[in-house]
Design a protein around this ligand. Structure first.
Ligand code: FES
Length: 219
């Protein structure tokens, strides 16, 4: 059975919509825009070109501002602050430190031990079989020529960073007469070399130099 629908005609001719191409519609849109913005139309340039130029210039301008805004913090970060520069090196007069005494000072926010070894402590350090050490170094490797009695190290255990005992009067010096770290039981000898316990290396000797007979510059 056919299911064709019948369309009811009215007898009037259908009204055709006016044909307008897309290009014409575009022109109309542009000319409308130009009409709304006379300054664009008056100089005889295509509005689209003007708009692109503006976008390009605006983008460059904002990029410039953005680069400057980013550069400023970087420059300020790169310039070291005065307190950091002040800590880059320190000078310590060690004249008052007697043989067998130590002092604690601070350099770059780390504790530093300065120790005036007794002749017995120097001898004790020098008679060790260096080849048997976990971190083989002689006392001479860790001090300056002619000043082997001045042992200068960071006061930071090389295991996990505790501050060892032994620099202050009355503190435990450990089984080898140097320093003892109570955190996990590391023992350092009179040259601050690791001898027992979990610390992997000797106490670190920072960069230093004697700038006079009694003044040492660290850093
Ligand atoms: S931090 Fe010194 S022994 Fe662990």
């Amino acid at each position: 059975m056919s299911t064709v629908k019948k369309t009811k005609t009215t007898g009037k001719k259908p009204v055709k919509a006016p044909k307008a191409s897309a290009a014409k519609a575009g022109k109309a849109a542009i000319s409308n825009t130009a009409a709304e913005n006379p300054s664009v139309a008056d100089n005889g340039q295509t509005p689209g070109v003007r708009r692109r130029d503006f976008i390009h210039i605006a983008t460059v301008s904002f990029a410039g501002v953005g680069a400057a805004a980013v550069a400023m913090p970087l420059v300020s970060q790169m310039s070291a602050s005065a307190d950091v520069l002040a800590l880059a090196s320190i000078e310590v007069d060690v004249a008052a430190i007697q043989p067998g005494q130590s002092i604690k000072t601070s350099w770059r926010k780390q504790p530093v031990f300065i120790r005036n070894l007794t002749p017995a402590e120097v001898e004790e350090a020098n008679k060790v079989d260096v080849g048997a050490l976990r971190d083989p170094q002689t006392l001479a490797d860790r001090t300056k020529p002619g000043k082997e009695n001045w042992l200068i190290t960071l006061g930071v255990c090389t295991h996990l960073g505790c501050v060892p005992l032994g620099a202050a009067a009355g503190e435990v010096k450990g089984e080898y007469g140097g320093y003892f770290c109570p955190c996990h039981g590391s023992h350092y000898d009179t040259a601050a070399r690791i001898r027992k316990g979990p610390a992997p290396t000797n106490l670190v000797v920072p960069e230093f130099a004697f700038i006079s007979d009694t003044v040492v510059k660290i850093g």
